[in-house]
Design a protein around this ligand. Sequence first.
Ligand SMILES: [Fe+2]
Ligand SMILES: [Fe+2]
Length: 313
Amino acid sequence: MDHSFVNPSLQILKSGLALERASSKHSVVSLLHAFDGTEVIHHRLDKGSRWGISPDEEETERLEAVYILSGKLKMKRSTEETTLLNGDFLSGTPINEYLVLTALEESAFLYITSKPVFHYYSHDTRNFEELAIKIEQKDGYTADHCSRIKDLAMLVGDKMGLHSESLMKLHFGALLHDIGKTQVPEEILLKPSKLTEEEWAIMKLHTSYGAEMLRETCISHFLLAAEVVEQHHERYDGSGYPRGLKKEEISLEAAIVGLVDSYDAITSERVYQHARSHESALNELRGLRGIKYQPDVVDAFTDVIEHHRKGGD
Ligand SMILES: [Fe+2]
Ligand SMILES: [Fe+2]
């Protein structure tokens, strides 16, 4: 993409205008200026939404900086948590670590980088997210399934004290867990009756297909997430697929997504199945603690759901 704009001595963007803008339901990313590979990007995050930085694969020197304009954000750096407020500034050349920022209230910040990233944000990442949402809808879920899985998984990850790299892996793994279903033929995906053994074998391949799709991108947070996507149907006792991994062979992030996805499947109203109550879902999943699901994950999940249902933040 060509970033060379006519180069006026002064460029003014009035009233929140931007050169380009990419929005999702809970965030708006606006490109304010781009020149010679450097970009100034404005981010607005709704309460509860997240943004992150991954280390640069190529490890090239570049300026990277974040300046908080308003709101309140929690920053996770490794296992350390810091609150960021208006006027706080982070920078590096580059910031070569995983940082996860969560908006504790509606927040805005500037991100300045001397390596152009805007188009990769607005196209590659969002294309994958949109694809993931579309495929879940085809599979009989409502549009919110992916973001519900992601939000619940991140609450469990926070509860378990995961470090920032792990949270990044969990975030994208949860959001994109079923992206491989885009490669499953529609006559199988949309079949109203029971799948034959052969069809079911193809359906199960969505785990490996999804991991391949992410690995092909060579984008660092997608590379991390590939393992979660590949393993989200593995089960603690080895009864899952595609490889029948057991216990600690399954990555913790995949174990979290596997449990949260099962919970959402039980409690969602779908074309061929009525939603069951949260209590009934939780009882069933707790009964499978240490059988299908990793015990620590079940415990953290139970705490999160109970806190949530009591109306906690
Ligand atoms: Fe799946
Ligand atoms: Fe799912």
